[in-house]
Design a protein around this ligand. Sequence first.
Ligand code: G3P
Length: 203
Amino acid sequence: MRYFIDSANLNDIKNIFNHLPVNGVTTNPTLLSKSNTTLIQLKELNELLNLQIHIQLQSTNAEAMYDEAQKILAINKNFVIKIPMTDQGLIVHKRLKQQNVTTNFTLCFSLHQAWLAAHSGADYMSFFIGRTEDHGYNVSEILFDIQSAYEQYQYKTKIIVASIRTIEHINASIRFGADIATIPPVLFSKLCKHVLTQNGLIQ
Ligand code: G3P
């Protein structure tokens, strides 16, 4: 499983990068506005640390989404475009794939959405484990169904587990064999911790 950082905070990203092999960064409009990080800074980060950076479209209609994607790609053609799983998103996705843009269908919560992402030829599909669980669904069952469908139909789309809120979500991603887990910095510091490890230091 590859490790992505779910953040736009440059200090947090660099700090985690110094500890672990990290392959990418996922952002969304909220994370970008909270951190005040610009796309130019993310382009520099991409070049400096060789991290794949995913940028989400904010517009909601296909024409505006397409124009927004072109502006993002003009800053850095290596950005991965995150497209919300909507009917307008599907239109934009089709156009962007004709340009060979690397894409990530985001805000996916179900087997049929995950199937649609893969059937459309998306490079990545982001399954929101935390928010899905918030609504009472059995996330292990959905993840298992998605993985079985991808294997059955031999889809190449990579599964990103997003909306990770707890260490148990990370355990579930490892158990399930996710291609990527995108982990918020707040969980990073808890990853190597165990009470028995702490005890072992003084015994
Ligand atoms: O990767 C998606 C993530 O940023 C959303 O997380 O906790 O708001 O569901 P959350």
